[in-house]
Design a protein around this ligand. Structure first.
Ligand code: NDP
Length: 506
């Protein structure tokens, strides 16, 4: 198949025959219905691989394998040190494969090689961090009334279905698998059907590490055919999902059958507030980075830029100047600073929002067009786009566009900035740029969001909690918070004096 030739030119794919397969119960297997789906390189608009599609039957096999591996205790009873050792080994294998994984990510997702390499580095850190956490104390004890002694332990939840999106394919797999495995769960990963390649490569490395059979499984396929059966299965104990808010709501509804645990990391429309007293150069630089990094396809993108009226005109002028210089191009070209969008569908969605912005009366001051010149003819490229004088209640200011489209809104007072920032169904992240420390603290406290950055943006720390308020999700990833999301809490009460209660006289 041509995919083998193409992909062996990109990076050093060791065994591309696995591209058409699923990883179930510790083995590469062919999908039962022998159906495939084309994978597109969005920078060229061409098919680069055919990926095997899991049927519901395949998903059931993966669920049964993970169920058995959990119930047999092959993983949860493995000592934390052994679990840590395997996770560390995996981290090292990913690190050794960095360039290869990054190239595969770039040709599948469209992001620049620099961004893809950063993702691989973060994935390595994530596996290392949770390898370390696997061996750390997680329980609690408290002073119980005599003669009782009590302690609280954390135990793995069980079988985890993990459904991830296309914007950070490898990194999202790491964020899901590492804490779940560290805590002793078994996993079934369902990547986005449009960006499955780095997950397949990751599972080749997982296979080399040698986790016990059934502990970690991969089902490629569509949301409805491969994702939903995980959500609906009563043999699955937890669903961890990252993706759009609408899908997150569907998942919540469909998961109630066995009241499974659900954690959701959803969309955002994050405000980035620039006060007039901010360090001007950094504010300008971060305002650009916050929205155009990863072509704006970031849940925490600073997509609403709130700018102090005192510097509004000058700031916009300078921002437009910087933005016009951003080099958009094929992610494999080292000179590209912004890659393509992930798909034609995403391109269409963003173009629609640009039209909506115009009809809503926002002023388009930069970009707005598909790019089709200089080798970009067949790819899904769009100019970095800026709207100014955007009304806070308008659709482009309220809905997640998920692309390189910035909406700038002026404000006059601190109170007004906070009100505009909080006027959103989302609450994932926020940025605050000011040189006034007290103001920064006041605003950070007043904003209803899971992450607030002061004089920085998109600083993502594995040690800290990641997740949103309101419709940006339920639960937290990363840090001890992310680990705890993969555990159940059990209280164990013992008595030092074994005797009848004497409650009933007979
Ligand atoms: P989705 O939320 O639909 O997809 C995310 C994951 O969920 C994919 O693996 C998808 O599978 C799967 N999925 C879809 N439907 C179901 C279902 N019923 N049950 C179980 N799993 C399901 O994102 P889209 O790709 O459709 O993007 C739509 C919008 O979502 C974007 O335009 C963007 O606004 C937002 N988004 C937000 C992200 C974030 O990080 N906040 C990430 C990605 C998207 P498959 O792809 O195979 O259909």
């Amino acid at each position: 198949m041509s995919q083998v030739n193409y992909l062996s030119k990109v990076g050093k794919w060791s065994n591309p025959t696995h591209i058409g397969q699923l990883y179930i119960n510790g083995e590469w297997v062919d999908p039962s219905e022998n159906r495939t789906i084309p994978v597109i390189n969005p920078a060229m608009g061409e098919t680069i691989a055919e990926v095997g599609l899991a049927s519901q039957k395949d998903v059931q096999s993966a669920i049964l394998a993970a169920r058995q591996a959990f119930d047999d205790g092959v993983w949860r009873s493995t000592s934390p040190h052994k679990r840590a050792k395997l996770l560390s080994k995996l981290a090292s294998k990913i690190e050794d494969d960095l360039n290869n994984l990054a190239e595969i990510e770039t040709v599948n997702n469209g992001k620049t090689l620099r961004e893809a390499k950063g993702d691989v580095e973060e994935a390595v850190k994530t596996f290392r961090y949770y390898a370390g956490l696997a061996t750390k104390p997680t329980g609690e004890t408290f002073e119980a009334e005599e003669p009782f002694v009590a302690r609280v332990v954390r135990e793995p939840i069980g079988v985890c279905g993990q459904i991830i999106p296309w914007n950070y394919p490898l990194l999202m797999a790491a964020w899901k698998l590492a804490p779940a495995l560290a805590a002793g769960n078994t996993c079934i990963l369902k990547p986005s059907e449009i960006t499955p390649l780095t997950a397949i490569r990751l599972f080749e490395l997982i296979d080399e590490v040698g986790f016990p059979k059934g502990v970690v499984n991969l089902v490629n396929g569509t949301g409805v055919e491969a994702g939903q059966p995980l959500v609906e299965s009563t043999l699955v104990d937890k669903i961890a999902f990252t993706g759009g808010t609408a899908t997150g709501k569907t998942i919540l509804e469909k998961s109630v059958g066995n009241l499974k645990r659900v954690s959701l990391e959803l969309g955002g429309k994050s405000p980035n507030i620039i006060f007039a007293d901010a360090d001007y150069e950094s504010a300008l630089d971060y305002a650009t980075f916050a929205i155009f990094n990863n072509a704006g396809q970031v849940c925490s993108a600073g997509s609403r830029l709130l700018v102090d009226q005192k510097i509004y005109d000058q700031f916009i002028k300078d921002l437009v100047e910087v933005t016009k210089k951003i080099r958009v191009g094929n992610g494999l070209d080292p000179s590209s600073e912004m890659g393509s969008l992930v798909s034609e569908q995403q391109l269409t969605k963003i173009k629609n929002y640009i039209e909506i912005g115009k009809t809503e009366g926002a002023k388009l001051v930069c970009g707005g067009n598909r790019l089709r010149t200089n080798g970009l003819e067949d790819g899904f490229f769009i100019e970095p786009t800026i709207f100014v004088d955007v009304k806070p209640k308008s659709r482009i200011a309220q809905e997640e566009i998920f692309g390189p489209v910035l909406c700038i809104i002026p404000f006059e007072t601190e109170e007004e900035a906070i009100n505009i920032a909080n006027d959103s169904p989302f609450g994932l992240a926020a940025g605050i740029f000011t040189s006034d420390v007290s103001k920064a603290e006041r605003v950070a406290k007043a904003i209803r969001a899971g992450v607030t950055w002061i004089n920085t943006y998109e600083q993502n720390l594995i040690e800290g909690p990641w997740g949103g308020y309101k419709e940006s999700g339920i639960g937290r990833e990363l840090g001890i918070y992310g680990f705890n999301e993969y555990t159940e809490v059990k209280q164990i009460i013992n008595t030092l004096k074994v005797e009848p209660t004497g409650w009933f006289s007979s």
